[in-house]
Unconditional design. Sequence first.
Length: 233
Amino acid sequence: MNQITTNKLTMLLIISVLLVFIEVTFFGNGSIIFALLGIVMIYMSISKRRKWSFWIGTIISIISLFSMWSLRIAVVVTLVYILWQLKKGTPVSISLPDQSDYNPSEVQPIIQNKAFSLQSTPANAYEWQDIHVQGIVSDLTIDTTQTLLPKGTSLISIRQGFGKVRIAVPYEVPVRIHFNTLVGDVQLFGNKMPRLWNKTISMKDGYNPEVESTVELIITVSTLFGDVEVIRK
């Protein structure tokens, strides 16, 4: 598997910024002004909850950014590189952590860090491991009813840019949920909530003050644009 390391990502980012700087400075492209205006509109819409301003700002930013030849070059080069790797039969993944201390004998996590992914826990019984995952665009399905949660506190921690997270938990396990997002929909235990705009919500379910449970599950999810669904089964 061909991995795009942090150094390569940093180099690509610096080159992209340099191309934008050259275009704005020497060729007088004013699109960056409209892009910044769009970003300001998005920020103002989130703070004041004006959806129409959010979508107008998003459209302005996208059109302005992609009208710049420097960014178009960066996008084309990136896509050509990915297509070339796929043609060679070498999947492309983005590796942000340092892999120098990686030990092949270590147990692989159930859900792995991938920039773009569609992942789920095994359909049959599996051994539980706490889940810590980061991604850019991901669609994750985690079913904790197919495993035995150990005594004490188990953790699911997810940080990603875009995508939906679906989590199934056993009926008898107390659950605490923390979810924050820029824009996202939430459905918790069959209750669909109004769309969140730059908000954080916390909820707990299944706790009985008269019965002390030996097992607890904590779920924390953080997204830019993403939905969360938690069910019991």
